[in-house]
Design a binder for this molecule. Sequence first.
Ligand code: NI
Length: 163
Amino acid sequence: MDRIRVKEPAMRIPDDAQPTLDAFLALVRDTLPAEADLRPAPDAWTLKEIVGHLIDSAGNNHQRFVRLQFGDLDPFPIYVAEPWVAAQRYAEADWTTLALLWESYNDLLLHVIQGIPEAALGNVWQHPDGPKTLEFLVRDYYPHLRLHVEHYAKRLAEVRAMG
Ligand code: NI
């Protein structure tokens, strides 16, 4: 007799996830490769570097979203945006590679989130600023991306104004 597998209750995708992903993807697809290289000020990220930072966000959160399903994390390293962007030389990376990686990585994260068992949502990462649950980290991922949608749109307008 076949065993009936009862699916464990899993996390739902946060409501702001798809609209935020769609908004960022629309901006990326509207960007010419030459625009992605322009730096409007010495301390300003290029569009490639913003996408690179968001790949770092996806990569670090991927680790948290998976590892926290197995239990609490203490210790687990943070990542600091500026040195990560510099160390990987995102300004010199291929635009299409970065854009496709950002998109695919976020598709994978949506898939991962939908498999997170509800029982794991309270597992905790002992972050230096205070404990963060897996549920908090998943819900916090898309608001961070939303900030960078605005950041990217502003930067795109700046580089277009450079002519
Ligand atoms: Ni950021």
